[in-house]
Design a binder for this molecule. Structure first.
Ligand code: ADP
Length: 153
């Protein structure tokens, strides 16, 4: 299971997912609904965009969830939590989540993939800033996605 906010999905997320394909027989991309974290793009759009990016991959499923990641892993019978590591700050953040998740659900391992250098600086927040200020976010989001009409709302 690959949990995240995906607000919106970026080329960084896409790269991690594509690189993880040979490692797992199925990947569940799980969009977490976190009431404390204000999202920018509506959940339905985020889900639609991810489904479109991976429409040719029957082994990839997209779900949304509320609550604890470990509870969803249990429900979905996922054996691994996949996360991407960009920087040492990511590592510190992920270490505590990973260790707590392991304590709560010992049967599930968190697996980290290092970001490829070209995506290390990329995060959804940067994409949101570009969109918010009317810039072109195309180079940072998966090909074929057009999130600009969203600006007209
Ligand atoms: P969260 O809100 O849980 O941080 P995100 O949607 O920001 O969720 O990210 C989900 C996962 O994708 C995290 O493991 C994060 O480290 C990873 N990720 C985000 N951006 C990139 C990137 N540019 N390269 C690789 N991994 C990334």
């Amino acid at each position: 299971m690959f949990p995240g906010s995906f607000d919106p999905i970026t080329k960084g997320h896409e790269s991690i997912i594509l690189r993880a394909l040979p490692l797992f027989d199925k990947i569940i991309i799980a969009i977490g609904i976190n009431e404390q974290k204000k999202h920018f793009f509506p959940l339905s759009e985020r889900k639609k965009w991810i489904s479109k990016v991976f429409e040719d991959y029957p082994q990839i499923e997209v779900i949304t969830y509320e609550g604890l990641t470990v509870d969803v892993c249990k429900k979905m019978n996922a054996g691994f939590i996949l996360r991407g590591l960009r920087t040492s700050a990511d590592f510190e953040f992920e270490r505590s989540i990973g260790q707590v998740n392991k304590k709560m659900l010992p049967g599930v391992e968190t697996v980290f993939l290092l970001t490829t250098p070209e995506y290390t600086a990329l995060n959804s927040n940067i994409v949101r800033d570009i969109v918010r200020h009317g810039g072109d976010a195309t180079p940072f989001i998966p090909e074929g996605l057009d999130i600009s009409p969203y600006l007209l709302d």
